[in-house]
Design a protein around this ligand. Structure first.
Ligand SMILES: NC(=O)c1ccc[n+]([C@@H]2O[C@H](COP(=O)([O-])OP(=O)(O)OC[C@H]3O[C@@H](n4cnc5c(N)ncnc54)[C@H](O)[C@@H]3O)[C@@H](O)[C@H]2O)c1
Length: 325
C-alpha cells in the first residue's frame, strides 16, 4: 500500500506521514517547502520537493509508485491572507489540487483520497455544535476554496468513482512524538503557539481580539484538537475507504470549546510565566464560538479525540516551539 501525502513537510502532513509509516504503510511525501523550515519525514519514506500542480512531476511519481491512497494536506492556510490574495488561494487550494487528481487519473490511478478540509467552510454558526449538515457559508476565500474542492471531490466520485473523505479540522494544536516534527507556520497565526511565544518573550504581547463576545468570559471559544489525534483520524479515514465506505465529510474536533482566556491560563500554568496580552477590537469575520459536532466521526470512523487535556496540549506545543530557530 503506497500513500502519497501532500504537504508532508508541513505541520499536519508530517504528523500523518510519520503515523502512517509507523503503522507499516509506504509513504511518499510531496511538498513545495513554502514555510521557512521543513519537518523531516521518517526513515524509509520518500520526500519529494515539488508542487502538487506540477503535472510532469506528479505523472512521474504516479508511474513509479502507483499510489493506492492520497492524503491531500498541501494548501495555503491563512484566512486573512486569503482575503488580500484570493488568487493564490484559488490557485493552490483548488486549481493545483484539481490538477493533482487529474494527473493521477490520467496515469490510470483511482486512489482513495483523504482531504484536509476545515471548519472555515461553515461560516457563522446558526446552531452549535456544528454538525456536518450545518449550512456552508464560508466567510473567506480560504474557506470557499476548501469547500469548492469538497464539491469537486463529490463530482469526481459521481463521475469517476473516486471515493474520498473530507476531514473538516477545527483548531489543530500540540505536537506528536516524532523527532523534529512540529508546527512551523510562517507567519504563525494560531493561538497556542502565539501565546507560548509571548510567554517566553519571543514576541510582544498577544492581542486578544474581542473581550465582549457572548461567551462566559467574553473571549472567543474554539475547539482545540491534538495533532496526534488528527494523525490517527487520517488513518481511520483511509481504512474506512479501503473497507468500501462511501465518500463522506467529517468534522474533526473534540466537541468541547476553550476560550482564549482559558488557553492563556493554560500557557501560564505550563510555562510558569503569565502571557503578556492586551484586549483588542474584534476581528472582522470572527465568530464567538466554533465547536465541532463529533457524532459522525464516531459512527463512521469509530474515532474520537483522546488527547483533550488543555495543559497537556500546551506542554506538547511548548516542546515543539523549542525546536524552532
Ligand atoms: N492547522 C490547522 O489548524 C488547520 C485547520 C484546518 C484545516 N487545516 C488544513 O490542513 C492542511 C495542513 O495545514 P498545516 O497546518 O499543516 O499547514 P502547513 O503550512 O504546516 O502545511 C502545509 C504544507 O503544504 C505545502 N504546500 C502548500 N502549497 C503547496 C503546493 N502547491 N504544492 C506542494 N506543497 C504545497 C506547504 O509547503 C506546507 O509545507 C491545510 O490544507 C490546511 O488548510 C489546518
Amino acid at each position: 500500500m503506497t500513500t502519497l501525502v501532500t504537504g508532508a513537510s508541513g505541520y499536519v502532513g508530517a504528523h500523518v506521514a510519520w503515523h502512517l509509516q509507523a503503522l507499516g504503510e509506504r509513504v511518499v511525501g510531496l511538498d513545495a517547502w513554502l514555510n521557512r523550515t521543513q519537518n523531516p519525514l521518517p526513515e524509509g519514506a520518500l520526500a519529494v520537493h515539488g508542487d502538487v500542480g506540477d503535472a510532469e512531476l506528479v505523472a512521474q511519481l504516479a508511474a513509479r509508485h502507483r499510489f493506492d491512497q492520497v492524503v491531500h494536506c498541501a494548501g495555503l492556510i491563512q484566512v486573512g491572507e486569503s482575503v488580500r490574495h484570493p488568487d493564490r488561494y484559488w490557485d493552490t487550494n483548488l486549481v493545483a489540487a484539481k490538477r493533482l487528481l487529474d494527473t493521477l487519473r490520467a496515469a490510470g490511478l483511482s486512489p482513495r483520497v483523504v482531504f484536509s478540509s476545515t471548519a472555515a467552510v461553515y461560516g457563522e454558526p446558526s446552531r452549535l455544535p456544528l454538525d456536518e449538515d450545518h449550512p456552508r457559508l464560508p466567510q473567506s476565500p480560504y474557506g470557499a476554496s476548501k469547500l469548492a474542492f469538497e464539491a469537486l471531490l463529490a463530482d469526481y466520485d459521481q463521475a469517476y468513482g473516486l471515493r474520498s473523505v473530507s476531514l473538516r479540522y477545527f483548531n489543530a494544536c500540540g505536537k506528536g512524538p516524532y523527532p523534529g516534527v512540529c508546527e512551523r507556520h510562517e507567519p504563525e497565526t494560531h493561538l497556542v503557539p502565539l501565546a507560548i511565544d509571548a510567554a517566553l518573550g519571543r514576541r510582544g504581547p498577544l492581542a486578544v481580539f474581542g473581550a465582549d463576545w457572548p461567551t462566559p468570559d467574553g473571549t472567543c471559544v474554539r475547539d482545540y484538537v491534538h495533532v496526534t489525534d488528527l494523525a490517527e483520524v487520517h488513518h481511520r479515514a483511509l481504512a474506512y475507504l479501503r473497507d468500501g465506505g462511501p465518500s463522506a465529510r467529517i468534522n474533526v474536533g473534540t466537541g468541547h470549546g476553550h476560550s482564549v482566556r482559558e488557553v492563556l491560563a493554560a500557557v501560564g500554568r505550563v510555562t510558569g510565566r503569565s502571557v503578556p496580552h492586551h484586549d483588542a477590537p474584534r476581528r472582522e469575520g470572527d465568530v464567538a464560538v466554533l465547536v465541532a459536532g463529533v457524532t459522525r466521526a464516531r459512527s463512521a470512523l469509530g474515532w474520537e479525540a483522546r488527547r483533550t487535556d488543555l495543559d497537556a496540549i500546551v506542554r506538547d506545543a511548548l516542546e515543539g516551539r523549542a525546536l524552532l530557530p
